[in-house]
Design a protein around this ligand. Structure first.
Ligand SMILES: Cc1cc2nc3c(=O)[nH]c(=O)nc-3n(C[C@H](O)[C@H](O)[C@H](O)COP(=O)(O)OP(=O)(O)OC[C@H]3O[C@@H](n4cnc5c(N)ncnc54)[C@H](O)[C@@H]3O)c2cc1C
Length: 557
């Protein structure tokens, strides 16, 4: 059986080798995805490739926060804070369902390098710099904290503060996918698992030698402009094309551990860890995500080490009043990524590591018609998209629709039409017994206008509203939609990035799940067995304990 995703991918790869593009974007993390979405909406002919899955590298490992950079207040980078706050506010305005305000509940330990009242004034300044866009900060007494968040261990604490920032409700990778989808909808040719092996100038065009990682087939992609959005691999790719840049990357590793939900409150609990850095307990649906760390590493390919695990667990156990301390056995899944930090060439050695700024830099080679994107944040993604459009225009790419809006959820009218039809169908009453949210909210947030088609499927067959995999909310119609329209090539693409199932369930639970086997049949048809086996052969987000046997997947009946 041929499902939609392989066909969509194959058609796009075919176009990549036959057409000439205004711009080829290399790398489909957040920077590449917004570049493609913005350029395509404004009328450029765009191609986008990634050697792994969309958002399959750094952009799936973040803390899922859209934040104004409160920590940069300490280094007085107020203009950066202002810029990030504006970016955060723009995301909050443009994505009212999928980027939401969240309260940060911060415990203050006596003897910390800044006093409690000074920190409180800092949050006020942060709020003012953020144009009063969020709810007002609060100063918290120990008594109030004990009542409102009994999970926090108040020993050594003289109170706390509460302020607001924002978070990505469905995780970073799904957020990135939204931009890839938007680029595809505007005519961009995008394909995952297509690697650039290097590029050279031929006449006034770039010819990129690429390889379909899944079939091994090589192809040449022609474009007038090349955008290198390879994240931590920007320097490596520039070396392949002979690009010389004023910036380069250094890497900071950060990890998160996912455990069962620790507190029913929907706040981010914030602490200062033993190394003085901000440290979060972040809600993730029915689970809690704890992190992160900040360790300088030499290679972009990092993994969670036993020391990382110990650091996170010991810090959290000290700061929470848990019935029993968290141990490694409580870890459901792990995330690990490197932040690509942009430094001016020659820099990055002597500076205070933790104070290194996290702003992005875009370098344009006019003669070579080449653009490199260094650093960046999910929070700042709309600016990156706009800056790449300006860079492309500077390099001679015509953008016939310069003012076109390329981001944001569909307008109020579409939403109202969706909600009316959902009500007529009594959609929310169909929610599975243990659903963690209303179905109408979930479908609208994740699929926007495409959710209307799902309502029609549910109207025709109520089983399409069944939760397919035990323990998570994802519906049968969502799996069918992913199979048709979300370019799922491997099971991991679906479990880890189009959804966050791999972060919410243990691998052992997944391996036992009959629902997963049905999902595989929907996603991969005749190849279901092979894709399932492939997934469980790979080391997971959470490496099995030493000496444990690999998880075996039962065959698809
Ligand atoms: C632990 C951690 C926490 C973070 N928390 C936050 C947060 O809360 N909020 C926030 O705003 N930011 C956060 N960030 C920062 C943010 O996640 C990153 O800055 C951002 O995801 C980087 O995106 P990118 O597109 O540059 O890189 P990536 O996402 O790595 O994308 C680059 C892509 O290029 C592809 N590629 C590489 N070489 C090739 C090639 N030769 N051919 C084709 N493709 C190629 C890779 O496969 C990859 O998918 C965090 C980062 C980390 C590590």
């Amino acid at each position: 059986m041929d499902t939609g995703s392989p066909m969509l991918r194959a058609t796009n790869i075919d176009s990549l080798s036959r057409e000439t593009f205004d711009v080829l974007v290399l790398g489909a993390g957040i920077n590449g995805a917004v570049s493609a979405a913005a350029l395509a909406a404004k009328g450029a002919k765009v191609a986008l490739i990634d050697r792994g899955d969309f958002a399959g590298f750094t952009s799936q490992e973040s803390s899922n926060l859209a934040w104004g950079g409160i920590k940069y207040m300490e280094s007085f980078e107020l203009w950066l804070v202002r810029k990030l706050c504006k970016s955060r506010n723009l995301l909050l305005r443009s994505y009212p369902s999928s980027v939401r305000e969240i309260r940060f509940y911060t415990a203050h330990e006596r003897g910390f390098r800044h006093g409690l009242f000074k920190l409180f004034l800092g949050t006020w300044l942060y709020w003012i710099i953020g144009s009063f866009f969020t709810r007002i900060p609060r100063l918290l007494s120990r008594r109030v904290m004990a009542r409102e968040e009994p999970l926090i261990n108040l020993d050594g604490c003289d109170g706390g503060i509460e302020y607001s920032d924002a978070y990505l409700v469905d995780n970073d990778a799904r957020f990135v996918w939204g931009f890839v989808r938007a680029a595809l909808d505007r005519g961009a040719r995008a394909a995952n698992y297509v690697e650039s092996l290097g590029a050279r100038r031929e006449g006034d065009a770039w010819v990129t030698r690429a390889r379909d990682v899944l079939s091994g087939r090589e192809l040449a992609i022609r474009s007038r402009v090349l955008v290198n959005a390879c994240g931590p691999f920007v320097d490596a790719h520039n070396a392949l094309t002979g690009q010389r840049t004023g910036h380069r990357h250094i890497f900071s590793k950060g990890i998160h551990l996912i455990v069962d939900r620790l507190t029913p409150s929907r706040r981010v609990l914030t602490f200062f860890a033993d190394d003085g850095r901000l440290f979060f307990v972040i809600p993730m649906g029915p689970r809690t995500c704890i992190g992160t760390t900040d360790t300088r590493v030499e290679s972009p390919r990092a993994e969670v080490t036993p020391e990382d695990r110990r650091f996170v667990l010991s810090n959290i156990n000290k700061r929470l009043a848990l019935p029993r301390p968290l141990t490694e056995a409580d870890i459901i899944a792990e995330r690990c990524g490197v932040r690509p930090l942009a430094v001016r060439d020659g820099g990055g050695g002597g500076e205070d590591w933790l104070q290194l700024s996290r702003k992005h830099a875009i370098e344009i080679d006019r003669a070579g018609r080449h653009v490199s994107i260094f650093g960046g944040k999910l929070t700042d993604c709309i600016n990156v998209g706009e800056e790449i459009c300006a860079a492309a225009e500077e390099l001679g790419v015509a953008l016939p629709r310069p003012g076109e809006r390329w981001y944001g959820e569909p307008g109020e009218e579409v939403r109202r039409a969706f909600l009316e039809r959902a009500r007529a169908l009594d959609l929310d009453a169909l929610a599975p017994p243990r659903a963690t949210e209303k179905l109408s909210e979930r479908l609208w947030r994740r699929y926007g206008a495409q959710a209307l088609g799902m309502l029609e499927e549910i109207r025709r067959d109520r089983r399409m509203a069944d939760a397919l995999i035990e323990g998570v909310d994802d519906l049968r119609c969502e799996v069918a939609h992913a199979a048709r329209a979300e370019m799922v090539a491997k099971l991991e693409d679906f479990l880890r990035r189009r959804t966050r199932i791999a972060l919410l369930l243990r691998r052992e639970e997944l391996a036992r799940s009959p629902g997963l086997r049905e999902a595989c049949r929907i996603l991969f048809g005749d190849e279901a067995d092979q894709r399932l086996a492939e997934y469980f052969e790979q080391p997971g987000e959470r490496a099995p304990a030493e000496g444990a046997a690999p998880v075996a997947a039962p065959p698809v009946e």
